[in-house]
Design a protein around this ligand. Structure first.
Ligand SMILES: CC(C)(COP(=O)(O)OP(=O)(O)OC[C@H]1O[C@@H](n2cnc3c(N)ncnc32)[C@H](O)[C@@H]1OP(=O)(O)O)[C@@H](O)C(=O)NCCC(=O)NCCS
Length: 179
C-alpha cells in the first residue's frame, strides 16, 4: 500500500471514491452529498487549510481522508477536523482506514498542528487515538445531531487544554446536513 499526500493528480478519482463508497453504505443521496463535499472542498478550501491523504494499490485508490482547518475565535492553536473518510468497499476491514488515518495524523503532528477533531463512530475512531469530547472542551462549528460522535485528540504538548471561543470550519463543511 502506498500513501499519497495531496490531490493534484487525483482530483477526479477522489469524489468518485466517496460517491461510490457512501452510495454503497448509506444510499445514493448520501453518496451524492459526500461526493460533492469532497469535490467542493478541493475546489474552495484555501490550500493551507486542507490536507488530503489517499491510499493506493497500484492504480487503484483504496481509501481517502480529508483534514480541514477549524478556527477557534479566542484561541491561536491550530486544529483540523478529519472528514470525510472512505475506504473502497471491497477493501474495507483490511486495515486501510486505520493505517491511512495514522499516516495523516503523523503529517499533521510534523506540521505543528495542535489538535485533531472528528465527528463519527466512536467505536471506530477511538482505534486511532480519538476520544469522546464535549462542547465545553471544544465547540462544534454547527449544531451536532449526534453529540456522542464528537471526538478529538491532542497532537502537541499545548494541544491538551480546552479550546476557547466559537469555532469555524471551511465553507464546504458549513452545511447543517453534514452535522
Ligand atoms: C468506516 C471505514 C472508513 C473504516 O475503514 P476500514 O478500512 O474498513 O477499517 P479498518 O480495517 O481500518 O478497521 C476495521 C476495524 O474497525 C472496527 N470498526 C468499528 N466500527 C466500525 C465501522 N463503523 N466501520 C468499519 N469498521 C469498524 C471493525 O470492527 C474492525 O475491527 P476488527 O478488525 O477488530 O473487526 C470504512 O469501512 C468505510 O469507508 N465505510 C463507509 C463510509 C463510512 O462510514 N465512512 C466513515 C463516516 S464517519
Amino acid at each position: 500500500m502506498e500513501f499519497v499526500t495531496g490531490y493534484t493528480q487525483h482530483e477526479a478519482d477522489i469524489p468518485q471514491l466517496f460517491r461510490d463508497v457512501f452510495s454503497a453504505s448509506e444510499g445514493a443521496a448520501e453518496g451524492a452529498l459526500i461526493g460533492t463535499l469532497a469535490q467542493v472542498m478541493m475546489a474552495t478550501a484555501p490550500k493551507n487549510d486542507l490536507y488530503v491523504f489517499s491510499a493506493r494499490d497500484g492504480d487503484v485508490m483504496t481509501g481517502c481522508i480529508f483534514f480541514s482547518r477549524v478556527d477557534f475565535a479566542e484561541d491561536d492553536r491550530r486544529a483540523f477536523i478529519l472528514s470525510p473518510v472512505a475506504v473502497r468497499t471491497d477493501r474495507q476491514r483490511t486495515g486501510v482506514g486505520q493505517t491511512l488515518i495514522r499516516f495523516g495524523l503523523q503529517r499533521l503532528r510534523k506540521d505543528g498542528v495542535d489538535y485533531a477533531l472528528t465527528y463519527g463512530d466512536p467505536e471506530y475512531y477511538c482505534k486511532t487515538g480519538f476520544q469522546l469530547i464535549s462542547e465545553a472542551f471544544a465547540r462544534a462549528p454547527l449544531p451536532l445531531s449526534h453529540p456522542h460522535g464528537w471526538l478529538g485528540q491532542s497532537l502537541s504538548e499545548r494541544g491538551t487544554a480546552p479550546y476557547r471561543g466559537a469555532s469555524r470550519c471551511v465553507d464546504a463543511l458549513n452545511q447543517p446536513e453534514l452535522w
